[in-house]
Design a protein. Structure first.
Length: 266
């Protein structure tokens, strides 16, 4: 499996041009090496500006974006991927996802375009997002390229055991968006107790719990420089078996983003 930083930078809702570029450049100079964006976030240009202004070699940055669900016909995938590269100001991206398997998505038409983009060097890896196990099976049967990553909502209140097991068996990354459950992790007793034990924050405990799992990467978003450092350091926090077991046993289950009611749905 390719190297993949266990804590990356999510950029959803960072749509103010200068602020987004500043956060991205500061994150990279702080130590982040994985930046995640999407066509639907309307910030690829600003993310690209941030990467350009950071004093970091582009080759050291793992950059991911996603094709929105209105551009998943074969020709549209090729065209929209080129548009994303133009907005990002790069010649290629490390990872390109199918953002949602719906609307114009058709495995037999969509996925061969991703294979073509990989074959011609436009992208290094193929990713999927918000797929069910059955949809993953179908995608694997169509793709020539291996699935490098599957991005889903994942946090202590939505632990995605089935998709995690699938990722381990297929040896692809499970990338956790909304890893802090929009701040709800701070109100969970089990997480508070682990945070007190380690003299740290519930946010860091939640990210460390994810980072400790095999084949899992977290991409918390933030618009605060202070939280950039806090989130990155969570990847170095070592939880013991009892800590992990306590969080694994949380019985609450809350899905924050429904595929039919996504905040960026158009």
């Amino acid at each position: 499996m390719s190297e993949f930083p266990n804590i990356g930078l999510g950029t959803y809702k960072n749509t103010e041009p200068e602020r987004c570029a500043d956060i991205v450049s500061t994150a990279l100079e702080t130590g982040y090496r994985h930046v995640d964006t999407a066509q639907a976030y309307d910030n690829e240009t600003y993310v690209g500006d941030g990467i350009e202004r950071a004093k970091i070699n582009r080759d050291d940055v793992f950059l991911a974006t996603k094709v929105w669900d209105d551009a998943l016909a074969y020709d549209d995938v090729l065209e929209s991927a080129g548009d994303s590269l133009d907005r990002l100001g790069v010649e290629s991206v490390d990872l390109l996802y199918v953002h949602w398997p719906r609307n114009t998505y058709d495995a037999e038409e969509t996925l061969p375009a991703f294979d073509e983009l990989r074959d011609d060097g436009t992208i290094d890896h193929v990713g999927l997002s918000n797929f069910t196990p059955e949809q993953l099976d179908e995608a694997r049967s169509v793709l020539d390229a291996p699935i490098f990553a599957h991005q889903v909502e994942m946090h202590p209140l939505l632990q995605q055991e089935e998709l995690h097991e699938y990722a381990r068996e297929d040896d692809h990354w499970l990338v956790a968006y909304a890893p802090l459950a929009r701040g709800k992790v701070t109100d969970v007793d089990e997480i508070q107790e682990v945070a007190e034990k380690h003299d740290t924050t519930p946010h860091q405990v939640s990210l460390a719990w994810l980072a400790a799992k095999e084949n899992v990467v977290a991409i918390p978003k933030t618009s605060s420089e202070d939280h950039l450092q806090e989130n990155l350091e969570a990847g170095e926090l070592e939880l013991d078996e009892d800590d992990i077991a306590a969080i694994d046993a949380i019985e609450r289950e809350e899905r924050l983003i429904d595929p039919d009611d996504a905040p960026w749905n158009r």
